[in-house]
Structures are given as structure tokens and as C-alpha cells.
Design a protein around this ligand. Structure first.
Ligand SMILES: [Zn+2]
Length: 315
């Protein structure tokens, strides 16, 4: 025993030396862009996400860019050379979306899904339609007579884009990814305009993300009743974390690893709702929210999802 202790003591300087060398090496290695992320090391001040999001990822991937538009939605999905947009935020976000697409090098959109006619989802749509080529616009059957929505529909027509009504069960492909429309039910009229939101499940090589717009508990229930698969790696929180969405049954079925929520820090609408946040917490999913994290970029590759944020890691 004493001999072993003695020999351990003898080796101490060597062990300390090796440890120090490893620490120095690790320090040098993590200065290389992207290495920190791949090692899973989180820092208080992550690299600006615009740089992270354009970094090369080995192999193919699908990327979902949840723009920071406060309590409004504008989400870009890219796979290979194909790109699509889900909503375009408030009117002032039209330019933000166009600038972001330009930064990504996106010159045309295969799809532009306008989830529903509220201003925090289609406000910037006209500007986007005028600024980038859109091949197909997917719309719900919601009828809405605001000037904004009428102007938006005029802009869709002027753009020459093909209009596809959202129909549950329809499947579209975006490069190597595909998405299946889940809601709304075109045979139904809903009291709440939010319930007309186009919801769909986007899948890419074994991983998936569920997009819900501002859909409430009623259409969530219809999706479950119809038996659609909603199991996903990532859930876009319905209606900015409102109590009108994200029922326990829907969360149980979706069973997400990550929840992404578009909220503003200065909201007057009491969003997100405290009880909804509790339900999110119970899922065990990591929560990312635009008010804290800024721009959120999710990379789907090899059945795995990684997240980069503009400001900080998720709580
Ligand atoms: Zn909304």
C-alpha cells in the first residue's frame, strides 16, 4: 500500500503536467468556430447566430430559423437549395424577413405559408411577396375583411404565386424534407380566427418539427381525433404560449424535446400564460423563447436537432 502511495506521489507532477496540457489544448481548440457547439459547451455569450447559422455542417441538414419579431411569427425553413417561409411578422418585419433571406442567399421561396390573417402573422407578407419570388402560397379557408388581409390577398394575386388551400393530409416536399398539413378542417367554421391557423408536421430524415401558428385547443383536439401523428422533436408553441392553446393531451401526443416560443418581453397580452408554461415544463422539453434568446436556429441532421441562439442558451 505504502509503495503504491509513494509511486502515486512520484507521478503527481506528471499527472498535473498532462492535465495542464489538456486544458491548454482544450482552450485552443474551443477557439475554433463551431467546436464549442459540437462539444456541447455553452457559454454566456454565444457567437452571433447569423454566423453560426451559415457555418458549414457536415452532410445534409434542414434548418429552421425562428426570427425574433417579438410576439409575432416569421420562420424560415431551408433544406438544400430549397426554402420556405411561415408567416412574415408584423408590417415592420417584412423588411427584416427580406434582409434575412438575402443574408442566407435565398432568392426564391418554394412555399410561403400564411397561417392565418392576423397582423402579427401576415403584416409583412405584402413586402415579402414584392421582394422575393414565391412559387406557392398556402392559405387556410379563413375569411377576414380587414384592409390588411385584402391587401395581402391582392399582393398574392399580383405575385403570380400558385395558391393552395390548406387541406389536412396533403403532403408537400421541400428538398429532402416534407410536411403534412394537419389543420384547419376545411369543412368547419371556427369562432376564433386563430383556430383557422395552418398547422403542419415537417419531417427530415428521422426528426421533425410541429408548426401550429396560433391554433387553439379545439383544432388540436380535432388533429388528435383524426389520429394524425404529431410526435415531434420540436414544437412551435401554439399562440405565443397562450392558455387557449397547448392542451395537456396535445402536449402528451407531441412529446417534444424542444419547445420554441415567439413572445415579446413587453407584451400587454399576458403572454405567455403561467399555466401553459407549467405544462411546458412538465414535458421536460428545453424551452427557447424569442424574448430571451433572440433569433433561434434549429439544425436537423442525422435524426438529431441542435440549437443555436443569438443571445443565450435555454434556461
Ligand atoms: Zn399570433
Amino acid at each position: 500500500m505504502s509503495a503504491r502511495r509513494k509511486s502515486n506521489r512520484k507521478n503527481q507532477p506528471l499527472v498535473i503536467g498532462i492535465c495542464a496540457a489538456i486544458l491548454v489544448l482544450l482552450g485552443l481548440v474551443t477557439q475554433i468556430p463551431g467546436v464549442k457547439e459540437s462539444l456541447g459547451i455553452q457559454t454566456d455569450a454565444p457567437e452571433p447566430v447569423a454566423r453560426v447559422s451559415t457555418a458549414a455542417v457536415s452532410g445534409e441538414y434542414m434548418r429552421v430559423h425562428v426570427l425574433d419579431c417579438g410576439q409575432a411569427d416569421a420562420i424560415v425553413v431551408t433544406q438544400g437549395d430549397a426554402a420556405m417561409l411561415i408567416d412574415a411578422g408584423e408590417s415592420e418585419h417584412g423588411k427584416v424577413v427580406l434582409d434575412y433571406l438575402a443574408e442566407l442567399g435565398v432568392e426564391e421561396l418554394s412555399f410561403f405559408v400564411m397561417t392565418h390573417p392576423h397582423a402579427d402573422h401576415i403584416g409583412g407578407a405584402k413586402k415579402v411577396l414584392e421582394g422575393v419570388k414565391v412559387h406557392t402560397v398556402i392559405l387556410s379557408h379563413a375569411e377576414h375583411t380587414t384592409k390588411l388581409y385584402e391587401n395581402t390577398l391582392d399582393a398574392v394575386e399580383a405575385s403570380g404565386a400558385e395558391v393552395k388551400p390548406a387541406k389536412p393530409g396533403d403532403v408537400y416536399t421541400l428538398g429532402g424534407a416534407e410536411f403534412t398539413i394537419l389543420s384547419p378542417n376545411p369543412d368547419k367554421e371556427y369562432e376564433d380566427l386563430n383556430d383557422y391557423s395552418v398547422a403542419f408536421l415537417m419531417s427530415y430524415e428521422g426528426s421533425s418539427m410541429l408548426f401550429t401558428g396560433d391554433m387553439g385547443i379545439k383544432p388540436e383536439g380535432e388533429i388528435l381525433e383524426k389520429g394524425y401523428n404529431v410526435k415531434c422533436n420540436v414544437l412551435k408553441s401554439g399562440h405565443h404560449g397562450s392558455k387557449t392553446a397547448s392542451s395537456q393531451a396535445f402536449l402528451d401526443a407531441a412529446d417534444p424535446d424542444i419547445i420554441v416560443m415567439t413572445v415579446a418581453s413587453d407584451t400587454k397580452d399576458n403572454l405567455p400564460n403561467a399555466q401553459t408554461l407549467e405544462r411546458y415544463e412538465k414535458t421536460g422539453a428545453a424551452l427557447y423563447r424569442s424574448d430571451r434568446d433572440g433569433l433561434i436556429v434549429l439544425t436537423f441532421a442525422g435524426g438529431q436537432v441542435s440549437v443555436d441562439t443569438e443571445r443565450r442558451a435555454a434556461a
